[in-house]
Design a protein around this ligand. Structure first.
Ligand code: BTN
Length: 244
């Protein structure tokens, strides 16, 4: 059975809404909005979410494995969302490590997983997704990177309620699979969808820059880079394409 979905026209942040209520929620409970006034992105950045232009969605999940598993979980979320889009007839969407959705080299959607709890015990997770559907061009100027939208993938957009339901069902199924078998059952799919696969990339970690060829992810969700000293794995950092 589907858990309750809390719908809003305008909200500060759908992630925030669920985060404030974690003790009253059950896994799978979700929040949807048309617009956010304080949408949150990764790395403390704001997330631009103008009225009616995105799928803005968050889902609560109580993770029995505890916080250590959350990194892998965020990669599983990326796979679930791409597969939901594929099932609706949107082909060609890829993943940029760790969990951005990309279409033809431009960001289509972002995922923010926030958590609370203590190490070792089960923890509260809020999984947030912002997916561009059809953005007004003036709004797009506020975004600090190359972006895409779902109508570029397929000009005829499916009904937004249908899209929301499909993403929620795929997410819920993915979380159940993740609880049973961890990231392992997603690695093959993730690597199939890898936007950077086989490309020369650089990984920015603080002041440090690591250069290599992207070779997918391992069972923990770590990025595999083929460097001069062989394959190395990284759990953090910001990846980008290396030109020249
Ligand atoms: C990123 O920086 O790529 C992650 C963006 C995540 C945005 C979504 S929109 C729904 C949910 N609520 C938020 O405040 N953020 C996430």
């Amino acid at each position: 059975p589907m858990a309750p979905v809390h719908c809003f026209s305008v909200i500060d942040s759908t992630n925030q809404y669920l985060f404030e209520r974690v003790n009253q929620l059950s896994s799978g409970e979700s929040c949807l909005a048309e617009c956010q006034t304080a949408g949150r992105g990764r790395r403390g950045k704001p997330w631009v979410s103008p009225f009616g232009c995105q799928l803005i969605l968050s889902m609560y999940w109580r993770l029995e494995q505890g916080m250590a598993a959350a990194m892998g979980l965020s990669l599983a979320v990326g796979v679930a969302v791409v597969e939901a889009l594929e099932s609706l007839g949107y082909p060609g969407v890829e993943l940029k490590w760790p969990n951005d959705l990309y279409y033809q080299g431009r960001k289509l959607a972002g995922i923010l997983v926030e958590m609370s709890g203590s190490a070792g015990a089960s923890c509260h997770l809020v999984i947030g997704i912002g997916l561009n559907l059809a953005m007004p061009s003036q709004q797009g100027e506020k975004i600090d990177q190359a972006w895409s939208e779902l109508r570029h993938v397929q000009p005829e957009l499916v009904d937004r309620n249908q899209l929301a339901a499909c993403v929620l069902l795929h997410l819920q199924a993915a979380m159940q699979t993740f609880e049973q078998s961890g990231l392992a059952s997603f690695v093959e799919s993730w690597n199939r969808l890898d936007y950077f696969a086989g490309q020369p990339v650089k990984l920015l970690m603080g002041e440090q820059v690591i250069r290599g060829i992207a070779r997918g992810i391992d069972d923990r969700g770590a990025l595999r880079l083929e460097t001069d000293e062989g394959i190395k794995v990284y759990l953090g950092g910001e990846i980008s394409l290396r030109r020249g």
